[in-house]
Ligand binder design. Structure first.
Ligand code: 4AD
Ligand code: MG
Length: 481
């Protein structure tokens, strides 16, 4: 359908040509002599209006042509009388491929809330209609823009000489040291039938878990970040990036947190924090420009129905410089604002989302802001200590509505400093032996960042809840589908 209707002439050049469309019925309107069936094949938001008459082959199945059914329609493209679209399909033959019982099909126009749609996540991408209920089209469009952002991500890094590295999903390392991992239960025993069964965790005499019987012989969990593994490959191939799922067992029921989210983590060798910030800026501008140029129909929809003016704001992201400021200056700015924040503002405390939103939305009128040089106590062990001994070469990139979109840093490449940081944070040096080896053998200054992909989708489309930025959201209390 996008091939036909996507061009400048909206399909006029196709008039008189034969066309077959396979897709799903959005609506079916029967009039006295003709029946209009709107069919969507997933290639674009537009449906193909199909015109059936009693002469159409397969017309005896018309009772099965209901919302949600899959069909094959064959016919000839004709100019449309209606005015809503340039062309329509005069159908000579219709084949119902899969019926859809109209009495039980859950996607009914009257129940359009996004909360409801999340309860039917397996069917929600089928919901696109230009009918009265615009929010219906969101899952469909978000899936398309998400795809374009992923494509643009690979294109940006590949075009700039980065190598894509697959980081492991199961790991024994806690990159962020925050203790927010999901454990992988792997205490297995062989069953009589030959398969494996999960068995009770055996305890040693002193009551501690005996991990020697575990599949991995030590506690393993789902990765919170691919960074540490990425650093090893950046120490051999120079610039690399990872792009994969990451997991966090933080019990935050917010519109910006998921338990399973995708992260893009570039790692730049022979680079410092300034190089890192320049890369983050160029990357973000590139992917935003890409969707503005390549997802016009979808972005027009978001601009009209989801967040008015988002296209202008995204154009500003591409064209204007980002604001740069140090953590210390950010604290000054917040203290000077005289605003009554819920959480305290004080040098040494982490910025809360209300503070981050104030900075991007109020203080800098919606521009992306990069804050750098945070107190070392509130940041991860691997960040490089600055000469002041109090701060680390960290940066967070904040955007309006979403808050923190990117977190990154220059890494501590000096062995003695890194060991001291692990001690300070009460982390077990032994378990980071391989990470420390990178500092023992051919260490180089390097830096990188992590961008939460769903937060990027949120930012780029204007949707307000991160649960609508991923096909199957994983949040506390919900792992259905
Ligand atoms: O700031 P974070 O925790 O940084 C890291 O994981 C580093 N290892 C990244 C690096 O330097 N390679 O997470 C990075 C980003 C955040 O800025 C945010 O966009 C996203 O990941 N993020 C989440 N997105 C959705 N749900 C969550 N629970 C998220 N936690 C972090
Ligand atoms: Mg962070």
């Amino acid at each position: 359908v996008s091939d036909v209707k996507g061009g400048e002439d909206e399909g006029a050049a196709w008039v008189g040509k034969e066309l077959a469309v396979r897709g799903w019925v959005r609506t079916c309107r029967a009039q006295r002599t003709v029946t209009f069936v709107e069919v969507n094949d997933g290639s674009c938001l537009s449906n193909m209006q199909c015109v059936l008459t009693p002469d159409t082959e397969g017309y005896d199945q018309i009772d099965s042509v209901t919302t949600g059914a899959s069909v094959l329609v064959e016919g000839v493209v004709a100019s449309s009388q209606g005015g809503k679209q340039k062309v329509e399909l005069k159908v000579s033959k219709i084949t119902v491929i899969g019926k859809s019982d109209p009495t039980s099909f859950p996607i009914q126009k009257k129940r359009a809330s996004r909360e409801f749609l999340r309860t039917v996540a397996h069917l929600r991408p089928r919901t696109n209609t230009f009918g009265a209920v615009r929010s219906y089209s969101l899952p469909f469009l978000v899936a398309r823009v998400r795809n374009a952002l992923a494509y643009a991500t690979h294109k940006f890094f590949q075009d700039n000489g980065f190598v894509w590295v697959s980081s492991p999903i199961i790991t024994a390392s806690d990159c962020e040291g925050a203790g927010e991992q999901f454990y992988v239960t792997t205490l297995l025993s062989n069953s009589a039938e030959g398969g494996c069964l999960v068995k009770d965790i055996p305890a040693t005499k002193d009551g501690r878990v005996d991990w020697s019987e575990d599949f991995f012989c030590k506690p393993a969990f789902l990765t919170v970040s691919g960074q540490l593994n990425g650093e090893t490959y950046a120490s051999a191939l120079s610039d690399i990036y990872t792009f994969g799922p990451t997991f966090r067992a933080e019990n935050s029921n917010t519109a910006r947190h998921l338990a399973e989210f995708w992260m893009i983590e570039p790692e730049l060798a022979f680079a410092d924090l300034n190089d890192d910030m320049a890369c983050a800026t160029a990357y973000l501008q590139y992917v935003v420009k890409y969707i503005l140029e390549n997802c016009k129909e979808d972005m027009d929809f978001f601009n009209t129905w989801v967040e008015k003016g988002i296209i202008d704001r995204l154009n500003d992201v591409v064209e204007k410089n980002f604001v740069h400021l140090s953590y210390s200056d950010a604290v000054e700015l917040l203290l000077g604002s005289k605003k009554d924040f819920e959480f305290p503002v004080k040098w040494g405390l982490d910025l809360q989302s209300e503070h981050e939103r104030y900075i991007t939305e109020v203080a800098f009128g919606g521009r992306p802001v990069i804050i750098r040089d945070y107190p070392k106590e509130i940041k991860a062990f691997y960040m490089r200590e600055n000469d002041d001994g109090k701060t680390v070469a960290a940066m967070d990139l904040l955007v309006p509505r979403v808050g923190e979109l990117i977190g990154g840093s220059q890494r501590e490449e000096r062995l003695d400093h890194l060991e001291a940081r692990l001690d300070e944070q009460n982390l077990n040096k032994d378990s980071y032996w391989w990470y420390l080896d990178l500092r023992r053998y051919g260490s180089v200054p390097h830096a990188g960042f992590g961008l939460g992909f769903e937060r990027l989708v949120q930012f780029a489309t204007g949707i307000d809840n991160i649960r609508d930025a991923i096909p199957f959201p994983r949040v506390p209390g919900s792992a259905e589908f």
